[in-house]
Ligand binder design. Structure first.
Ligand SMILES: [Zn+2]
Length: 306
């Protein structure tokens, strides 16, 4: 295999700094998309009957630049007949981990492709990732089941008033300034509530419309806080094209209130903000950018419908 590396000894810095020869790296990327169990299971999960109520996380180790991975995936899905229907965000959900966030093949569920840089890896499933798994799927059944653990309050006039006033509050309105900041990759507005998220959702959507946000749709989901899953509503913005969430924690004592205590990050009480500085740290590695010819070779190794 070593003799096959045409970049060996050249000034090609990418090859010089990775321990893996470029040809071997390319073979691993080809194997991943053409034959790996993880990629095939990921694709098998995409055609959910309720894609807007579903989400998926995949975890990989790689030394391939995310721009190249994005190129391969969007071309792959286009050849499946599922062209990408939204902008894909690059962000860092947690330290040392990058994410191609909100990949959405047309008509399919949206997913996050999370990577850890590993100079010895071409592209391979991570050992673990989240809750011990490198591929996790949440759908409407899961979310309904998750919500069943809470005794949500009856919805009456007082609750309606509280919801309407929350969505005019400075906590909510100030929160809307973050998603459009150039230094923000992603953000959550955090609340305590005892109102069912299915009821909160249309009030939130109405408030967002009023504030000038046009949405593709809202996806109910869960996410990890301190090792436990918490609820959220994910707003898939079309105009501006940003994705941001309301994170909610059940609290029978309140109708709906800002959560001022820190959940994931300190620094912005009431919110969690994922910044470009966090992504910059993840990107400060010697990633290998694949050429167009190499990307075409990866796709040629895969099977597509005729
Ligand atoms: Zn996610």
């Amino acid at each position: 295999m070593k003799s096959l590396c045409k970049y060996k000894g050249s000034r090609h810095t990418l090859c010089a700094v990775t321990n893996m020869h470029r040809q071997a790296l390319l073979e691993e990327v080809k194997y991943y998309f053409a034959d790996s169990d993880q990629w095939h299971r990921l694709c098998a999960a995409l055609p959910d009957p309720d894609p807007h109520g579903s989400h998926l996380h995949a975890y990989v180790a790689t030394s391939v630049h995310p721009d190249s991975l994005e190129s391969i995936m969007t071309s792959y899905f286009a050849r499946m007949g599922w062209p990408s229907s939204r902008k894909i965000d690059h962000m860092s959900p947690r330290a040392k981990m990058g994410s191609l966030h909100g990949i959405e093949p047309k008509g399919k569920l949206h997913f996050d492709f999370n990577w850890f840089f590993d100079e010895d890896a071409g592209l391979r499933p991570l050992d673990g990732g989240e809750s011990g798994c490198n591929l996790l799927i949440w759908n409407r059944w899961y979310i309904n089941q998750y919500n069943r653990q809470f005794q949500f309050r009856e919805f009456g006039t007082a609750e309606e008033k509280a919801l309407e006033s929350y969505f005019k509050s400075s906590h909510f309105l100030k929160g809307l300034e973050y998603p459009v900041m150039p230094t923000t990759c992603h953000m959550h507005i955090n609340v305590h509530t005892s109102i069912h998220p299915d009821i909160i959702q249309p009030y939130a959507e109405e408030a967002l419309r009023r504030e000038g946000f046009k949405l593709y749709y809202t996806c109910p989901n869960v996410y990890l806080v301190d090792g436990k899953y918490r609820g959220k509503l994910v707003f898939m913005g079309q105009q501006p094209e940003v994705v941001f969430d309301i994170g909610w924690k059940f609290d029978s004592d309140v109708i709906i209130q800002p959560a001022w205590e820190p959940w994931i990050f300190e620094g912005h009480p009431g919110y969690d903000v994922w910044t470009t500085a966090m992504l910059d740290e993840v990107m400060d590695e010697n990633y290998v950018r694949l050429s167009e010819v190499e990307i075409a070779a990866v796709l040629d190794a895969c099977c597509f419908p005729a």
